[in-house]
Design a protein around this ligand. Structure first.
Ligand code: EPU
Length: 423
């Protein structure tokens, strides 16, 4: 397992550069299954979820070559649909995107049960209903999913998601891109990753409109061809570094980001007293370490992102006096990490999907666990802000799934953090 040793108390200072967005790169990598010929993908973060996704496709027959540390070439011309390794599929949630991509390409899909961060039960009923609406017959169980298309070709239709789903919207776009006719997706997820997927597929010859709004229209095309595409910067990595600067009372410029993607967290940070100089592609964060309480509710984009909830809740623990209220509406059980923060002196009372945080203004070093990717990042930042030494045990190596060289980037800002492996 990985563990991080952190000596707190050094304000972060300097510039940090944001990598490509994990949650865009995953759907786009799986979307290459629909494409004939070679795609060159730029700004790909070499994190373990991405190398895992590439390994799944490579073992199925895809040709994958890294052209630089952040760009790769991928061709799936010789890939055999239905042959993914269930062990690898189980390592990540993003492998679900094989369903839509294989159905679109071969009118049949078969994958093992997908995994991912286990902070909540993660049903796939909305994905299945969407495939069924397009004409698939789906058999889903604990060992995986198998779907066929009795009519021989998926057919465009109207799809209405009763509640927003990022993964469901991605899978629907993937399945519909080469289906017959027009698919209209209502109450579609509006996250920037969906826009990124639309833009990649359209460069490959697809006809998809409306991503970023509630209604997406997909005009099915006969086939897709390769292209060169640059992935958007990772909004959650950017937000995590902004919180890290604020937590340590530092001054950091977060570069190579799209600031408008994070408008959803700026009001809370400003309310807490964090200084933010916002430019289109960078944000300078400054804080004197004195923080006010705030309250927020996680919601689908453009609401407050659930993937920033643990980091900002941790920041609320550092506020001096007052009560912050955090309501989690996407993954209602995403609060396991609060037990770890309590070991560092935080005062948090949980009531179902709501956490009331009584700001103590200070945290103390302790040995704590990283329960999942974003919670792990939050615990590391807590360690940077705490008095004394913190050890974050990252048993499942969650942090490396979503942050490229997290400890190294923090060290470049003056953090005293070491990452080591323990047997
Ligand atoms: N849901 C269902 N049925 C479904 C699908 C979703 O009930 O068929 C529920 C979920 O349980 C959840 C809500 O709907 O309560 C929203 O889930 P969504 O489908 O939007 O999430 P996801 O696609 O599984 C992606 C990201 C997550 C991120 C969420 C929300 C990937 C690979 N994962 O998950 O990212 O938290 O959207 O924005 O893109 C992370 O990066 O740390 C991470 C967990």
């Amino acid at each position: 397992m990985n563990y991080f040793t952190i000596d707190g108390g050094s304000p972060l200072t300097g510039d940090v550069y944001i990598s490509g967005m994990k949650n865009s790169a995953l759907p786009i990598i799986f979307a290459t299954v629909l494409v004939r010929g070679r795609s060159v993908l730029e700004n790909i973060p070499k994190i373990t979820d991405i190398t895992g996704a590439l390994e799944i496709l490579r073992r199925m027959g895809a040709e994958v070559e890294w052209l630089s540390p952040s760009s790769l070439s991928i061709s799936t011309d010789h890939l055999k649909p239905g042959t993914s390794d269930p062990e690898l599929v189980r390592t990540m949630r993003g492998s679900l995107y094989l369903l839509g991509a294989e159905l679109g390409r071969a009118q049949e899909t078969k994958i093992g049960a997908p995994g991912g961060c286990g902070f909540d039960s993660r049903p796939i009923d909305r994905h299945i209903r969407c495939f069924e609406a397009l004409g698939a017959v789906v058999d889903a169980g604990s060992s995986g999913v198998h779907a066929t298309v009795p009519a021989g070709k998926l057919k465009g239709t109207d799809i209405f998601f009763s509640e927003s789903t990022v993964g469901g919207t991605v899978n629907c776009i993937l399945a519909a891109a080469t289906a017959e006719g027009v698919t209209t997706i209502r109450r579609a997820a509006k996250e920037p990753h969906i826009v990124d997927l639309q833009n990649y597929l359209n460069l490959c010859g697809a006809d998809i409109r409306g991503a970023g709004t509630d209604v997406i229209t997909v005009h099915g095309v006969r086939e897709l061809h390769g292209c060169t595409y640059r992935i958007l910067p990772d909004m959650i990595e950017a937000g995590t570094f902004i919180v890290a600067a604020a937590a340590t009372g530092g001054r950091v410029t977060v570069r190579d980001m799209v600031s408008s993607h994070l408008e959803c967290i700026f009001p809370q940070l400003r309310e807490m007293g964090v200084g933010l100089d916002v430019y289109p592609d960078r944000v300078t964060v400054s804080s004197n370490g004195k923080l006010n309480p705030t309250s927020f509710v996680s919601e689908p984009y453009p609401g407050f992102p659930t993937d920033m909830q643990p980091q900002l809740a941790m920041l609320c623990c550092l506020s001096s006096g007052g009560i912050s209220t955090v309501t989690e509406k996407i993954f209602k059980a995403r609060f396991q990490y609060t037990e770890e923060l309590k070991k560092m002196g935080a005062n948090i009372v949980l009531n179902q999907n709501e956490a009331r945080i009584f700001g103590t203004g200070v945290l103390y070093g302790a040995t704590v666990k990283s329960h999942d990717l974003r919670a792990g990042a939050a615990m590391i930042i807590a360690g940077l802000a705490a008095h004394g030494r913190t050890i974050v045990l990252d048993e499942k190596e969650c942090v490396a799934r979503g942050y490229l060289n997290f400890a190294g980037k923090l060290r470049s800002l003056g953090a005293r953090i070491q990452e080591e492996k323990r047997k």
